[in-house]
Ligand binder design. Sequence first.
Ligand code: DGY
Length: 320
Amino acid sequence: MPQPRLLVTRKLPDAVEVRARRDYDAVFNPEDRLYGPEELIRLTQDVDAVLTCSTERWTPELIEQLPARLRIIASFSVGYEHFDLPALRGHGIVASNTPDVLTEATADVAMLCLLGAARRAWESQLLLRERRWERPKMAELLGLELRGRVLGIVGMGRIGQALAQRARGFGLAIHYHNRRPLPAENAQGATYHDTLEGLLPRCNFLSLNGPGGAETRHLINERTLALLPEGAVLVNTSRGTLVDDEALLSALRSRRLFAAGLDVFDGEPAIHPGYYELPNCFLLPHIGSATVETRDAMGFRALDNLDAFFATGRAPDALN
Ligand code: DGY
């Protein structure tokens, strides 16, 4: 039997491409160009499957023009807001993601963002790199201590829980908001709030770990930011769309918020230029899952979904 033909839309880690090349008639993107809708339509005309990333948006207009031959789009991501699931279902195309495998790496980066923002890591880096460090100064670059303070987590799924586990080690008390409270063995003593409004006034640190998409767009805005205590820190490692950039920038400029630690941005990589101007932002270029082990595991998980689909007609991480 001929191997299924697979389009891989982005440059992936070597080990993942080696396996894809072995098991599929695979077409790669060695230059790692970002494909727009027209290019995706052209490139998918002779393929059975696509291995995509969250950088390609599978809109109803695009899906409309996909060939009948294309049966599955496996994403190299846990997030899946780039898929229009009803449109894919309507066209009989299965979509899958890569849950679980990036939990620990992303929770590490959430902790990095929290610490980087609380301890003014960016300003400290600049001082050194611009060769301005004259002598240790006892009353400058003072940050926030974590011990005894409260971390609020919005979205206490796998990554939120892994962050909570780390944060407890730093002496933070955990409060969270979710649609439903977690079972006691997962909550590990964290305090549940059934509304965001109930959670925010309690948080010295707030971490966003919920999904992207229309439902959570601008969850953090002028009104909700005003509910945080003076001097709070915001951390976002989920999706930039959760935050209204103008509202956050204004709270950071006025120092109502002490700082923000951000790994994700609305419209990334074209992020709001205001972030570059502010010293109290610790910024990372969406590296939550970027470890050797995790990126390999994500690619293997996406390929596992493709393999199972072509062997049995079912992808274990099917979303639709
Ligand atoms: C994910 O897997 O959703 C990460 O954010 C990378 O896109």
